[in-house]
Design a protein around this ligand. Structure first.
Ligand SMILES: [Fe+2]
Ligand SMILES: [Fe+2]
Length: 479
């Protein structure tokens, strides 16, 4: 087996180890030890640690800065495992642990005792004090195959080359987790936490201002299971990027980003059976769905900071489905002109919703087709000036579009080309070569707007295609 295969296996096993540690710890927090869910979670954890040990003989998990290493391999952060990863990191940091070593022979009892000890640490103490206490308790519990070390003991000096992308990913994932917490809080009747939300929006705005490409690329990681949360974050990113093009300043972008992130917050007051339904809604369900702008308005009225209400966000939550000709919902009583943020968020919302796979059965429309439809069909009710701005922002071939080239290669659009006048010549990542063979993600980066010395172009887009036809997962080309 090659080193690379090995690394893939270690990464997979490492990931499941982290996910199962997190899962077992959460189950233990919620239920007593003898509960079936807890027992199952510990079974999974034991199985995952054994797989890891069979591979490498030992499993050493280290936290280094914001990265997690398992033995010598760095685990990559993905959306699917973000909750588990951040939960795991929080757990380790809270107890001052920088290193967890799992040795061959680890037993079910040891895992149980370790997780119970970890969960029972007094919260009032400093992480260092908790760490010392944990070590004592591990000794008392006779745990020999699990060992912990402090962060000081993990001095890995590896800095990844793709730091900008990593930062963008963290910002994105952080936004998703904040969005998730807000939705869950609102479901339980809590008002959204203004400070956390603002912080998440600030990070996104800063990222867009600093390196727009790396974060807009992440919107292609549309995760079906996390649709509600990734959708809000995507709408936030598109809105901010669009607002920036239209000349809004940083403070205005903060305001806009917040409005965009919260535009669908009203959905958290609907029954999840309606929100998560993957087939067409019946009449009654549709009526419920149409209530989300109102619920959003009401929810945001509870979100104050001092005396100040987020009134622009309230308006956007209320108006984002109204359509410019007011034929949408809710139906306004009097004629009105939709607010600027509402029109802008509506465009970002429409684009993201249409390009996202909403259920495992349906195929999403290709980004280029969506833009065309938004532009040419006035019935959609978007502000045409803003649709035009979106097209300028995303290009005719938005990031994530799969295209066929005149060389018979298939590529995924990665960003605008270096020649801004040539909208039809973006930067792409080659994904399938001219003989039909797959090129391993993230593919080979090519700028289609760079001509050859004789003035011709080595590659030109012939047409847009569906990534599904080639078995390509667009998100793979951006991680
Ligand atoms: Fe909505
Ligand atoms: Fe939406």
């Amino acid at each position: 087996m090659s080193d690379q295969d090995d690394e893939v296996l270690v990464r997979q096993a490492g990931r499941s180890l982290l996910v199962t540690i997190h899962g077992a710890q959460r189950a233990l927090k919620l239920y007593p030890l003898e509960n079936a869910a807890v027992q199952r979670a510990i079974d999974d954890l034991l199985a995952a640690s054994q797989t890891m040990l069979q591979l490498d003989g030992v499993a050493e998990i280290r936290l280094s800065g914001d990265f997690i290493f398992i033995n010598q391999t760095r685990l990559r952060l993905g959306l699917d495992n973000f909750a588990a990863f951040s939960g795991f990191v929080g757990l380790m940091r809270g107890a001052g642990i920088g290193l967890l070593r799992v040795e061959d022979g680890v037993t079910r009892r040891e895992w149980q005792a370790f997780l119970s000890a970890l969960g029972a640490l007094p919260t009032a103490q400093l992480p260092e004090e908790r760490f010392d206490l944990l070590r004592i308790r591990m000794q008392q519990a006779d745990i020999v195959c699990l060992e912990v070390g402090t962060s000081g003991e993990t001095d890995l000096d590896e800095r990844p080359a793709d730091e900008a992308l990593e930062r963008a990913k963290r910002t994105y994932a952080h936004g998703v987790s904040v969005a998730r917490d807000v939705v869950q809080g609102v479901r339980m009747g809590r008002a959204p936490n203004t400070r956390r939300l603002k912080r998440a929006v600030q990070l996104i705005v800063d990222q867009v201002l600093e390196n727009e490409l790396s974060i807009t690329g992440l919107t292609t990681l549309r995760d079906f299971d996390e649709y509600t949360f990734t959708h809000s974050v995507n709408v936030c990113i598109f809105s901010v990027a669009l607002g920036r093009r239209l000349g809004l300043d940083r403070l205005q972008l903060y305001d806009l980003g917040l409005a965009a992130l919260m535009h669908d917050i009203g959905k958290s007051r609907l029954e999840s059976a309606v929100v998560n339904k993957t087939t067409a809604l019946d009449d009654q369900e549709w009526r419920r769905m149409q209530a989300h702008p109102w619920y959003g308005t009401l929810t945001l009225f509870r979100m104050r900071e001092g005396e100040e209400l987020p009134y622009r966000a309230i308006l956007a939550a209320h108006e984002h489905h109204m359509k410019v000709d007011l034929s949408g919902y809710p139906r306004p009583v009097r004629p009105r002109r939709l607010g600027f943020f509402s029109r802008l968020v509506a465009v970002a919302d429409g684009y993201d919703a249409a390009t996202t796979r909403r259920s495992y059965q349906t195929t999403p429309l290709e980004p280029a087709e969506v833009l065309k439809e938004m532009w040419t069909n006035p019935g959609r009710g978007y502000d045409p000036v803003l649709v035009k701005a979106l097209i300028n922002l995303l290009g005719i071939y938005p990031v994530g579009t799969a295209v066929i080239l005149d060389t018979f290669e298939v590529a995924i659009v990665a960003g605008p080309g270096s020649d801004a006048a040539e909208l039809h010549r973006p930067v792409v990542r080659l994904a399938v070569d001219s003989l039909g063979a797959r090129i391993a993600a993230p593919g080979v980066l090519v700028d289609l707007s760079v001509p050859e010395p004789d003035g011709g172009y080595p590659r030109t887009i012939v047409k847009v295609t569906s990534p599904d036809r080639y078995g390509l997962i667009v998100g793979d080309f951006f991680v």
